[in-house]
Write a protein that binds this ligand. Structure first.
Ligand SMILES: [Zn+2]
Length: 355
């Protein structure tokens, strides 16, 4: 099935990426996603930790597709006497890309305040080291004092997300925050929508999980309850195609197709190995059907399905990834063609009963 994204698709992507969803605080993005799923075909539920699922029951194998809803950000740790906010990272946000950023602060009352990450003036930094630690950063909300910051509604534990709109670059590239993994969420919404017209008998669940950026256990309650035969993850990964990379870790590029994961690793350990036979089956199908894809072996990240193989009595898993440049920054960049092909592959795997 050929997929060509239309204006209303980009409107939905824009609405998904501009909605906040910090780890553990995914209520607003959960609402957006649940509104976008065709509720006539799908039974929608939310579990006590906040994972959102939609199920289309069938007599065949149980398939579970997983993307994560949350995004990286900051949490307020202290308010200084001068009204600046000291922060900690919520997930693996890049400290080096923060100074000078526009952000939104989400108070415990749900109010959004304009905020920026302070950056030392260029006049003052000549010759000085540019290495910045999270302890050096401070947030400016325009307050003159701690009392004024508190009066604006700021409290310890409030969260901050980047303020960054969605843009299309050259008509082919999507720019925005939280493309990791809202584009995965969008792909699953699209699969759920398109499956309405397709005859197939799998028992399918699409899941939008919380707190992936904080830990990798979030899928556990869903896997325990649904007892899937097969789990397919959809997440972002790292391309190595920009001028700042001298020695590419892998040959992954924007625009050369979605990736099928063969291994990822974080913190010096293998983090995820997909089921080899299931992954080979998918690769064989993509080869025979002429799909363009990229085999992925990446060090430095992992994904929501990484612990699923060892849940219940063991679960077969595979994972697709979208290459996303400038990962975990305000200007993440993905390729429209990669996204369209990813949706096509997932639809075809179901329609052609490949799994
Ligand atoms: Zn991700």
């Amino acid at each position: 099935m050929a997929i060509k994204l239309q204006e209303q698709d980009f409107d939905l992507i824009k609405s998904l990426v501009t909605t906040p969803g910090l780890p553990g605080r995914e209520a607003l993005i959960t609402e957006k996603i649940s509104q976008a799923i065709p509720s006539s075909d799908w039974e929608i539920n939310q579990d006590p930790v906040g994972n959102l699922t939609a199920r289309k029951s069938g007599q065949g194998k149980k398939l579970l597709f997983i993307a994560h809803m949350d995004e990286v950000g900051l949490i307020v740790r202290r308010i200084t006497d001068d009204g600046f906010l000291k922060v900690e990272r919520l997930g693996g946000i890049g400290v080096h890309v923060l100074p000078g950023s526009s952000m939104e602060l989400w108070t415990s009352k749900g109010k959004s305040l304009e905020a920026l990450v302070g950056a030392p003036s260029a006049h003052l930094v000549n010759g000085r080291s540019q290495d910045i630690e999270i302890e050096d950063l401070y947030i400016d909300i325009g307050a003159h004092s701690k009392e004024e910051a508190r009066a604006l509604g700021v409290n310890i534990g409030d969260g901050l997300t980047w303020k960054s709109d969605l843009q299309l670059l050259n008509g082919t590239r999507i720019r925005g925050k939280a493309l990791d993994d809202r584009l995965g969420c969008f792909a699953l919404i699209k699969v759920a929508t398109l499956l309405g017209d397709i005859e197939q008998d799998y028992d399918i669940m699409v899941a939008f999980v919380v707190q992936e950026e904080a830990m990798l256990l979030e899928a556990a309650p869903i896997v325990r309850v649904f007892e899937p035969d097969i789990v397919i993850g959809v997440d972002g990964t790292l391309p190595f195609d920009t001028p700042d990379i001298d020695e590419p870790q892998s040959d992954l590029f924007l625009g050369k197709g979605p990736c099928i994961k063969l291994m990822d690793a974080i913190r010096g350990k293998i983090a995820y190995l997909p089921s080899w036979d299931l992954t080979r089956t998918i690769i064989r199908y993509m080869d025979e059907s002429g799909f363009v894809y990229q085999p992925e072996v990446v060090i430095g990240l992992s994904t929501a399905v990484s612990l699923v193989p060892f849940m219940n009595s063991g679960v077969k898993t595979a994972c697709f990834s979208l290459p996303i440049r400038y990962h975990h920054s305000a200007v993440e960049l993905a390729d429209v063609n990669d996204l369209e092909r990813l949706i096509e592959i997932m639809i075809d795997l179901i329609r052609e009963r490949v799994l």
